[in-house]
Design a protein. Structure first.
Length: 86
């Protein structure tokens, strides 16, 4: 695996993790000191918020980073390899 590919994957995971886990943690943080689980309908809202946050971040990531990655890979992949120095 090329370093650029590993960086792209790590960046995508971070974007998705931040976008999904931040609303999840914020929503569940309301019940931190109560000792109770949120009611069922609140779980739906919390998980929907986390999914929307994650999808927004993935969309943002794919619209910029992935496009740049494809352009760089095409330009690097089509360049002829230079001859070794003599």
């Amino acid at each position: 695996m090329k370093q650029e590919t590993a960086v792209l994957i790590a960046k995508g995971v971070c974007y998705a993790g931040i976008g999904g886990l931040t609303p999840l943690a914020t929503g569940l943080g309301q019940w931190a000191n109560e000792g109770l689980w949120p009611p069922g309908i609140n779980w739906v809202v919390i998980l929907a918020g986390a999914a929307v946050g994650m999808c927004t971040q993935v969309l943002s990531f794919l619209s910029q980073s992935y496009g740049n990655y494809k352009i760089e890979m095409k330009s690097n992949g089509s360049a002829p390899t230079p001859p070794p120095p003599t």
